[in-house]
Design a protein around this ligand. Sequence first.
Ligand SMILES: Nc1ncnc2c1ncn2[C@@H]1O[C@H](COP(=O)(O)OP(=O)(O)O)[C@@H](O)[C@H]1O
Ligand SMILES: [Mg+2]
Length: 328
Amino acid sequence: MKKEQVVNCQFSVWYPIFKKHSIKSLILPLPQNVIDYLLDDGTLVVSGSDHNTQQTHANNSDSDAEEDIQAPEFPEFTSKVQEAINALGGRVFPKLNWSAPRDANWIALNSSLQCDSLRDIFLLFKSSDFITHDLAQPFLACSDQDSPDPVINYELVLRKWSELIPGGEFRCFVKENKLIAISQRDYTQYYQHVWKQEEQICHAIQGFFSQHIQYNFLDEDFVFDVYRDSQGRVWLIDVNPFGEVTDSLLFSWEELTGGGGIAQHGFYPYVQEGPAFRCTTSEVTVQPSPCLSYRIPRDFVDLSTGEDAYKLIDFLKLVRWCYKTFVI
Ligand SMILES: Nc1ncnc2c1ncn2[C@@H]1O[C@H](COP(=O)(O)OP(=O)(O)O)[C@@H](O)[C@H]1O
Ligand SMILES: [Mg+2]
């Protein structure tokens, strides 16, 4: 995978091309001071709303131990974000150039990525390794390490919140402009209707690909994610680089990149006309959710699902204070 492939998969590159077939979204440039704030591990205080921030400070004001950490304020950016959220119906799904903070949903009040303010977005972003990866080392897995890193203009992507049923999501692998494989995206679950409607699903996705996607993207190798809604209409959800940084789900990268053809369901290898389709076929194969390993211990989760997730932040600050006071 080359750096250019990663550059091409940025939201602001693919979205304008496929806008008609995707979820309504707005892109806001991320100011440098916001990027610095997101990358700063030390600042646990979440910025973005004045009354809650004051409340956080009030809670801490009688503790001399707490150094004076001020939540940075970004008034201009905050109002732009709020305006965009309102224009998208008041609830959004946030991401950066490539990634959403999927590994951090445990910290949100509702254990979801649904946000209605910049404060919600910051809480998720500051808790996410996926977001840090986008900001700090987006080209880490590229093979052309000797070439200079392309300049990235960081962007906050706000997408209209949509209740997607996980069984309707599929990942599609395109090699040399051919759709070679389709995998159920949430492979941890068995969805009987997916297993039963395999042919219709495959047909619908192939049609969508040949009509709208094929030859329209900047690269000939890429991975796109789709959602098939209850009416059978297919929507583009995301575009990802064709390579190890992208989860190959029910396939392996050796199968996808090798020339040997892809076995249907891994049972009998044969080279076929259309794409190989894989879904989870029984309860037996159900696996733990891949983001589970990003979760923190149960006590922390309980704390974060209480009336106020920001209690968790106060708690973490206390832990840090104890650490500084007693350990160092
Ligand atoms: N607009 C949206 N509203 C609600 N959920 C969404 C939305 N867009 C994506 N999702 C959910 O979040 C998941 C991850 O989104 P995606 O854009 O592919 O991020 P990433 O590239 O970081 O995995 C999707 O599989 C889907 O379940
Ligand atoms: Mg993606």
